[in-house]
Design a binder for this molecule. Structure first.
Ligand SMILES: [Zn+2]
Length: 83
């Protein structure tokens, strides 16, 4: 899907957000990356295979580490507002 040289990170790599934006819809709060991932304004992501990356929360600092380890994070993880 990515036509860039060098290629952008694939959607299943932890650094997927470094891929370039190919469609931007700020009025709807999301961007499509060249690797097929959709990144939402709240930091949640939808990957090309349909899996969901829950938005990051300052109260759940372990989420990036879990994601990097390949652990799937359930969609129902509550997102708590910062105090
Ligand atoms: Zn690319």
């Amino acid at each position: 899907m990515c036509q860039h040289k060098p290629s952008c990170p694939s959607a299943h790599r932890p650094d997927r957000d470094a891929a370039r934006i190919v469609a931007s819809h700020p009025e709807q709060g999301w961007n499509l990356l060249c690797n097929g991932a959709i990144v939402f304004d709240d930091s949640g992501e939808l990957l090309p295979d349909g899996s969901v990356i829950a938005p990051l929360s300052p109260l759940l600092p372990a989420l990036p580490a879990l994601e990097a380890s390949g652990t799937r994070i359930p969609v129902s993880v509550p997102v708590l507002a910062a105090a």
